[in-house]
Each structure stands twice: as C-alpha cells, then as structure tokens.
Ligand binder design. Structure first.
Ligand SMILES: C[S@@+](CC[C@H](N)C(=O)[O-])C[C@H]1O[C@@H](n2cnc3c(N)ncnc32)[C@H](O)[C@@H]1O
Length: 206
C-alpha cells in the first residue's frame, strides 16, 4: 500500500455504508465506555472514521473532539452530526501526532494496528489522558492470530484491499500501555479473531 491517506479517503463512502460487523459487541463496547464518562467529561477520539461512536457518546458527555486524518471521513461525520442536530461534537481533520490537550477520556478504536508506529501512537495518546482519566482502545493483535491471517495481511495491503497492518501481539500491546503509565482496568475479547477492547486508566485523582 503506497499511501494510507489515499486508502482511507477512497474508502470513506463505503466505510460509512458498511454495517458494523458485530452489532452486539459494538453496543457492549459503548456500554462499557460509558461507565467512565459523565456529564462534564471532555472526550477526544483519534481516528474517528465517519463519526458514529463520537455521536453515540455525545449525549453522555460535555464535549467531544473527534478527529481523523482523512478529510473524506470527517466530511461524512460532519454531515451526520448536522443531520442529527448534535452540538457538542466537533469533528476536525488531524493526524494522531498533531493532537494535544488533556482529556477525561481518549478513544482510539481500531486505530493502532493500522498505524506504522503503533507504540509511539499509544504513548502519545496516553499522554493526553488526565490523571484519573482513561484511554479506551479496540486493537487487533495480529501476531496472536493464525499464521494464515498474519501471512495474508501484507498481501491484501499490497493489492490495496486492506490498509497496511502493524503486526504485534497482546503482550507487546499491554507493555506499551504500561510504559505509557496506564493501568489496565477492563479488557474484553469478543471473539478469537476479534479486536481486543481495553480500558486503561492514568493513576491519580479525577
Ligand atoms: C479502521 S478505521 C476505524 C474508524 C473508527 N474508529 C471505527 O472504529 O470504526 C481507522 C481510521 O483511522 C484513520 N487513520 C489512519 N491513520 C491515521 C493517522 N495517522 N492519524 C489519524 N487518523 C488515522 C483512518 O482514516 C480511519 O478512519
């Protein structure tokens, strides 16, 4: 895959039209996340895609800043926000390493495994979590999947069917969270080939 931005921009329309693969698991992730949100929470989402999750959490928080490096994804997200009349979500185009600030919750859902430097991205996004706040992630640990999945991922990426996938295992991923100063509070694996859902907290007073 030559250019990840080109890949995601091209995919945006189709991504918006594709139903969530496992609706029950998606609902469960929203429910688990909400336990850590309150009416005065400030939430940041990196790699928000076409914005469904940011819009779903909006009624439960004070403000959501939802970002993605793909202008096409953000354009669709913004259209959905306007149509729903939701006023406390701001969608904007940004690469993960351009993000700054301090948040009660930072979301990175299905993001780290599509980045070339997932360890740096974990460290950076974790640094934006306030003491007492949480990093909420959904991450595919491809190194733990079957050999076939591991071998096919780069082939699909080369022909442009998949984005390039970074290959790392669960232990490595948990090590990055720990190195970033976060403590795991919840982990959930909805299925053998599914992404791991993790909530990790920065120690300290909320
Ligand atoms: C697999 S999609 C996940 C979208 C959404 N979070 C979800 O769970 O449906 C990955 C998203 O990350 C975005 N992305 C990829 N690389 C990025 C980067 N370097 N900075 C910010 N966003 C990025 C893509 O545009 C895409 O919307």
């Amino acid at each position: 895959m030559r250019d990840p931005l080109k890949f995601w921009n091209k995919l945006a329309k189709r991504y918006a039209a594709t139903p969530v693969r496992d609706e029950a698991a998606y609902r469960e992730k929203l429910r688990r996340t909400r336990k850590y949100l309150s009416a005065d929470s400030h939430l940041l989402e990196a790699g928000c895609g076409t914005g469904s999750t940011a819009l779903a959490h909006a009624p439960h928080v004070s403000h959501v800043e939802a970002t993605d490096f793909s202008p096409n994804m953000i354009e669709i997200a913004e259209r959905k926000r306007a149509a729903a009349g939701i006023v406390n979500v701001a969608f904007r185009t940004a690469w993960w390493d351009e993000l700054s600030g301090e948040y009660d919750a930072v979301l990175a859902l299905n993001l780290f495994h599509v980045l070339p430097h997932p360890d740096a991205a974990v460290a950076h996004l974790a640094s934006l979590v306030k003491p007492g706040g949480v990093l909420v992630t959904s991450t595919t640990c491809v190194a733990d999947n079957s050999v076939i999945a591991r071998k096919l991922a780069p082939v699909f990426a080369m022909i442009g069917v998949f984005p390039p996938i970074s290959v790392f295992g669960r232990d490595t991923y948990l090590g990055w969270l720990e190195a970033a100063g976060l403590e795991p509070v919840e982990s959930w694996h909805p299925g053998r080939m599914a992404a791991w859902f993790d909530i990790a907290r920065r120690p300290g007073a909320a």
